[in-house]
Design a protein around this ligand. Sequence first.
Ligand code: WTA
Length: 662
Amino acid sequence: MSDATIEVYETEARQFPPSAEFAGAALANDRSLYDEAEADLEGFWARQARELISWDQDFDQVLDWQLPYAKWFLGGKLNISYNCLDRHVEAGKGDKVAYHWEGEPGDTRTITYSELLDEVSKFANVLKGLGLQSGDRIAIYMPMIPELAIAMLACTRIGVAHSVIFGGFSPDAIIDRCDDAQARLIITADAGYRRGEASALKVNVDAALAAGASTVENVVVVNRCDTDVTMAKGRDHWWHDLMADASTDCPPVSLDSEHLMYLLYTSGTTAKPKGIMHTTGGYLTQVAFTHKYVFDLKPDTDVYWCAADIGWVTGHSYIVYGPLANGCTSVFYEGTPDTPREQDRESDDRASWSKDRLWDIIERYGVTQLYTAPTAIRTFMKWGTSELEGHDLSSLRVLGTVGEPINPEAWMWYHEHIGGSSRPIVDTWWQTETGGHMITPMPGVTATKPGSACSTIPGVTAELVDDAGNVVPEGGGYLTISKPWPSMLRGIWGDPERYQETYWSRFPGRYFAGDGARLDADGYLWLLGRVDDVMNVSGHRISTSEIESGLVDHPSVAEAAVVGATDDTTGQAIVGYVILRGGNEASLELAEEIRQHVANKLGAIARPKAVFIVPDLPKTRSGKIMRRLLRDVAEGRDLGDTTTLADASVVDDIRAGAAEGE
Ligand code: WTA
């Protein structure tokens, strides 16, 4: 990284006070949680575990750390579904709404805690009836409907581990994951709604089972969209048929704190996905703790909304387990932020469709916390503020972001236009592997800087190290976690060597997150993205996200993606793809101006070799930009597997544009 780029960040970093006015009850400018954790890490987590979670049997040892294997709350016994449901009903909160669910077409369901408990108990009995037992693994491949959360919680009630497979994945992905986990059952739906269409799921399960996944004995199918499906006799069962006869009486099983709770597969550097293992007591403790304090939760009155998909870890921890453990009311939405409202879809003129679905939901339910991703925020910027007009967003108290580094411009837009220039923004850094938040400001406590995730939560210690593993007190380095934390992954399913190798061998004794970061003079952390997204141009290390930040800083640019394309002279060359903000015309002059803008802002070394103005960027359905595809386009290669793309035509458009620009 050149000094010039570092300086830009430093001078831009305005500090925002902790927003005590809007945060408050939980933390009220109080650093005592940090002090307590610093003085006694294990004592701190033990207190959280006992305060936030109900244990059937108290633990007698807080932590057993045999590097790289941690066990938390040893000897303790608990049940997750009991913690998420029964205890709230027992406390007289059975009529409280757990989920305001909203389907993409606009249908709604209101589900109270006691209704959710009944459904979960019934489905747990269904699972037992299908022969599933504690210790078994099952796969879940479903749209964002209440039955998805019901299925997950039912697993935890009887000690079955779930492996949720994102609904956008292909039959091959289902085979890989079911084979690896030896899943005995798949729960699915006929289809789910996506951008106005019923998007088929069951056919993918059929294709997977025709070609592999031979450990799967039964398939349970929810009828979401009333589409035609083929049901294999003896193997496939309708959810509603099985539930019709199921009893609501299913006592929660008391499970060991280290009982396997779920697997979630995530991609690494090789083609084979890794089955990240999470266990019971530590996971629930950290997600309950972070959900409560990071979102400054007022559980009795808040209406919290995490607009992620449960197919990813964000939905596991912050749609299902954290919010339910804390007994709060959540919005649970099936569609994507840009799904138009129903009345719009009657018109053929797409351009006239409204883009205010999110703002409409926030206003209607009086949402108090919104948790979304930078890519969504940049999309809203692209649409412009007119979509916000006429919506009262004043119920919002805390705004969250997750998934990728947020550029200061998007942070400021979120702060000003959604947060009325006063709500705290929590930029939360964490991973599938970490289970819960690790680095984030705390509302009411941390003064924020736009674009910085600030610092670790109480009870977590992060350090930056250089190539040789030396701690970097200030400046750029590799992000490592130096002490175990309760919701840390317990391993990679079936592959202890890969666990050791991927996370614990690059820097001995440290968890290596795979991200680069910078620590500024005030001790604030700035996440720079995956280290594999770091480019090397003429021997200078430059992060793609820094250049992206420079591109979106240009007033005409709404969103940008940067890749390092192989270059004979410089090793790698910076290639930028940008989407313009509404009202700007694409032209070669403008592309050149944007290129120059980056050079002016970040230094000549950062000037992209080429900037292409494109109509859209290739994204996975979870909203992550597929840089690999952009790199392939930049280097003129075949594109390989594009099945995870949300919209495959985007790449063709970009390729056509790139050819024209040459
Ligand atoms: C990136 C998602 C910067 C990071 C919860 C990490 C972030 C990867 C942030 C994990 C953030 C996530 N700022 N980068 N606030 N949050 N990331 O497993 O590169 O889907 O390693 O978990 O996303 O992605 P995962």
